[in-house]
Structure formats: structure tokens, C-alpha cells
Design a protein around this ligand. Structure first.
Ligand code: ZN
Length: 507
């Protein structure tokens, strides 16, 4: 994701903290399956089970602009539970069944508690069916819905997928997804993955069925309905490319969409084969700046964008498009184990986005034309950023999407590359991606891979960079200096650059 500063996500984070506090006060612990203990969003997710499969059905009602939906979630019980909890907010739940039998249910805070007739046994699978209605335009403390004049799109990251469908809403619980979207024939329903069936219902509605071949985190689900044109073509190595474009915006957005194939080629040279069955871009059909608080979001195989951003010329957008594309490897294929590991997503996405910028000869917002010059500037801000937003790998809910996780993370990767050399750094990256493909990774996992591949114990070195309160020396650059705290504006890099409005450093 690249997020606008001071956008609604800041409020979202605070709301989650508040709701976590309210929840812990209101839920008797005896009935709760327990929380996963995410260091950033402690109320998110549930224990006692894992999701194996999500079979989601959405029907858009254009008259009311609401969505009728059914979520069928197959779970594997890791302990015997009398009650099972799902994350859920703003969903008007009509009925719940467990293995086909009606179950009692209750909502409290951001949880849906399901009580089956008999306890669910450890080691068994249980199929939960939840029928509900949702309003994409509902005012909620936070939301994953992006309402548009002709339908909706979804932006669940980091902690709002459960406003779209009930789920164990944590990136560590990746699962299979199939999605069916029913819409009036004049509109088009889309989702992540591959279209497997188009079903004309004969009454003015069409249902389209999609399968995601690889596991997916709940925050990366995309479902959208709108007046869309689908652009299909072939990318590097025959990879299917699929853009889903608001029909009225197709002509003006085509130049940007045509950049994808070359970007994919470049990314594959650095990171290896693209990990999914297809790639494409979904420009949301809204120019409302309040519709969602970021420029792009890496929903798996189908990146959501603000259309206005993509209307610009390539030097203004290419680096950011690379950032979102790189998330297919760092974020989607290898997902963070907790939200404290977000720098693994954003640091890598910014690192390669910047590398692409300078390689293509596009000066950044500060006029730098090389990665070294940009990193030297960032290095000087290091202590201030650690003071303002904490160390790179120690975010809180209210500074999660700060630049420290983005270019701050890229600076850590640059330091590692300077320490071990470019060839070893590349081997670390590819090994890490291979070892954790389609799964999750922690910051510790990255440090372990870096040590193993380089043949050096890098724990002390990387711990200082990731968790230290002071900026460590930069290998190979003994002349680089760090400004004392208070000597640079509190907003750091953002305040220094002309028109710099994004947490990402790809500008
Ligand atoms: Zn990002």
C-alpha cells in the first residue's frame, strides 16, 4: 500500500485501539476463543482454529446499493471449542449454520460469536455459513468498502476485511478463496484470481465465479462491481494480464496500464518469476479523495488504484507502480506474520521502486538521481525518524504506515546490501522469497535467512538497524552523518520534499 499522510487510516488505527480496549472490557474471557496477540492490532484475529477455505458470494443490489452475501468458511479446529469467534464489523447477519445446522450467534464489538449445537472437536473441520447484508456506504469506525457511483471495490488492509466478510482477519491465517459476484447484466462483478465461470441467470443478472489458485490473506481480497471493461493480454513468459477498468476512463488510463508488461519484466529479473496466475490493475471508479486514503493497494493479482494517479506521465507514476507490483512477491506471496513485520512489505516495495526510478533516470522529488544520494539524505534523518515513529520493526497502530516502514525499511535493506555486497544481497532476497512463498514470514525469518545465505551472523547488525533507538553506522560510508533529534523537521523527509504527500518513498 501507499497511503496518503494524515488519511483516514490514522483514525482507523486509533479506532481499532479503542475498540480493542472496549472489547477486552466487555467480553468474558471464558466465551472467547482468544486473540492472536498481534503486537499492532491486539484485537484482530482469533485462536482455536485456522481457516482452510473461504467460499464467498456477493450480490450487488443497485436499488439499495447494498450487498447480500454468504460466506462459507471451512475451518480446522486446533482445540475443542464450545464457541467460535470470527472478526466482523458492520455486517447485518441473518443466519449462521455450522456443518449445515443452524447455530446461535451474537455480535459484540468487532466479533461474531458462533455457538453450535455441540462443541467443535479439536482436529475436526467445521463449515461455517454466514448469511448477511452489508452497506458499502455505512458509517463505521473503519471500513474496507470503497463505494463508487456504480458499485463498490474493497480495500481491507490492514484490519478492515471483516467489514466486508466475516473472517479470521489476520494475515497469518492465509487460506484458499473462491468468490462469486452477482451483478446486473449492465455491470460487471470481479474478484481476485481467475474467472472460471460466467453464469447468465436469465433475469437480468449475471454471476461470475473466480478462483484464487494460491492462498491469500484476508486483507488482500478484492471484490468489485462496476461498469467495467476488462483488458486482457499477455505479459512476460505468457503471463495473463487482466486490467479491470471503468469503461468511461479506459482511454485516459490505457497509457498507464500499458506500462505493466515492462515493469513485470524488470521485477522478474530481480525477484524471480511472478508468483501468481495473473496480474492486473483495478482503477476504482471514483475521484472522491475520501473514498479511500491511499494511492494504490496490492489486492492479490489485481492492484487497486486511485484513477487520478494513473492519469500522469510515466516518470511520475512508474516508481510507484513498481512498488505495488513488488508487493506481489513481498506482501502477497510472502505475507507478514504480524503487522509489526509490515516493513518487510513496504521496505522491499520502496527499495525496488526506488531502484527502478533511478535506473530509468527519473529524478525524485528532491532532485536525487541515484539511490546512494537518496539513502544518504534518509540516513541523516535516521535518529529523528526513530524518535518520531519508533524503530523500523517496532510500529504501533498509530504510526504503522509512517515513512519509517517504507523508506526507513529501504534504508535497512540498503545497509544490508552495503554490508554483504550486491550479489549476496540478491541471493538473500531470492532465498527468502523461495523459503516463505505462499506463506508468512517474520522479521526474525528475514534476519535468519540473511545470516545463513551470507555466512555471517547478522543478528546484531540487523537488530541494531531494525530495533535500535539510534541510527547505526552505514557500512562503506563512514562519512555519512546523522542529524541530532530536533535539528530536522518532525515530519522528516516528508517536510523536506516539494509536494511530498505520500508515506512511500517512491516519489
Ligand atoms: Zn506498499
Amino acid at each position: 500500500m501507499v497511503i496518503a499522510l494524515f488519511g483516514p487510516r490514522v483514525g482507523l488505527a486509533l479506532a481499532l485501539v479503542l475498540s480493542a480496549a472496549l472489547l477486552s472490557a466487555s467480553v468474558p474471557s471464558a466465551t472467547a476463543a482468544g486473540r492472536l496477540g498481534d503486537p499492532v492490532f491486539p484485537a484482530l484475529g482469533n485462536t482455536g482454529y485456522r481457516a482452510l477455505d473461504h467460499d464467498l458470494s456477493f450480490e450487488y443490489r443497485p436499488g439499495s446499493r447494498t450487498v447480500d452475501a454468504t460466506a462459507v468458511i471451512t475451518t480446522l479446529l486446533s482445540r475443542t471449542l464450545a464457541h467460535l469467534e470470527l472478526d466482523s464489523l458492520g455486517l447485518d447477519v441473518h443466519a449462521v449454520r455450522v456443518d449445515g445446522r443452524p447455530a446461535r450467534f451474537a455480535t459484540h464489538g468487532e466479533k461474531l460469536t458462533v455457538t453450535p449445537a455441540r462443541p467443535l472437536r479439536r482436529g475436526a473441520t467445521a463449515r461455517l455459513t454466514v448469511e448477511y447484508t452489508a452497506d458499502p456506504r455505512a458509517a463505521l469506525p473503519h471500513t474496507g468498502w470503497v463505494p463508487t457511483p456504480d458499485g463498490f471495490a474493497v480495500a481491507g488492509q490492514p484490519a478492515s476485511a471483516h467489514t466486508v466478510f466475516p473472517c479470521n482477519d489476520h494475515p497469518s491465517d492465509k487460506a484458499r478463496f473462491t468468490v462469486a459476484v452477482t451483478a446486473p447484466d449492465a455491470l460487471l462483478g470481479v474478484a481476485n484470481g481467475e474467472l472460471t465461470q460466467t453464469e447468465r441467470l436469465g433475469d437480468g443478472r449475471t454471476t461470475r465465479h473466480y478462483v484464487s489458485r494460491e492462498p491469500m490473506a484476508t486483507e488482500l481480497v478484492q471484490v468489485s462491481v462496476g461498469d467495467y471493461t476488462v483488458r486482457e493480454r499477455t505479459g512476460p513468459r505468457g503471463l495473463p494480464l487482466r486490467d479491470v477498468v471503468p469503461t468511461a476512463r479506459l482511454a485516459e488510463l490505457t497509457p498507464a496500464l500499458d506500462l505493466t508488461a515492462d515493469q513485470l519484466h524488470w521485477a522478474e529479473q530481480h525477484l524471480g518469476p511472478f508468483p501468481f496466475e495473473s496480474y492486473g490493475i483495478l482503477p476504482a471508479n471514483t475521484d472522491d479523495p475520501a473514498a479511500f486514503g491511499f494511492t494504490g493497494l496490492e489486492t492479490q493479482t489485481l492492484t487497486l488504484y486511485k484513477p487520478g494517479f494513473l492519469r500522469q506521465a510515466e516518470p511520475a507514476i512508474g516508481s510507484h507502480m513498481m512498488h505495488e507490483l513488488v508487493h506481489s512477491w513481498f506482501g502477497d506471496s510472502v505475507s507478514p506474520a504480524t503487522w509489526a513485520d509490515l516493513w518487510l512489505n513496504e521496505g522491499h516495495a520502496d527499495y525496488y521502486g526506488l531502484l527502478y526510478r533511478y535506473e530509468r533516470g527519473w529524478p525524485d522529488a528532491w532532485g536525487h538521481t541515484t539511490l546512494v544520494d537518496r539513502m544518504r539524505m534518509l540516513y541523516g534523518l535516521g535518529d529523528q525518524w526513530r524518535h518520531d515513529a519508533g524503530p523500523v520493526a517496532s510500529p504501533t497502530a498509530d504510526n504503522l504506515f509512517d515513512s519509517q516502514r517504507y523508506t526507513g525499511g529501504a534504508l535497512v535493506l540498503f545497509a544490508l546490501r552495503e554490508k554483504v555486497g550486491a550479489a549476496t544481497f540478491d541471493r538473500i532476497e531470492r532465498t527468502f522469497l523461495r523459503e516463505h512463498r505462499y506463506g508468512n514470514a517474520t522479521t526474525r525469518d528475514y534476519v535468519r535467512t540473511a545470516s545463513e545465505v551470507s555466512g555471517q551472523d547478522l543478528r546484531g547488525f540487523l537488530d541494531d538497524w531494525l530495533y535500535g533507538r539510534r541510527t547505526p553506522p552505514m557500512p562503506g560510508h563512514p562519512d555519512w552523518t546523522v542529524a541530532p533529534v530536533g535539528a530536522v523537521p518532525a515530519a522528516g523527509e516528508r517536510a523536506a520534499g516539494p509536494g511530498a504527500q505520500e508515506a512511500s518513498g517512491t516519489i
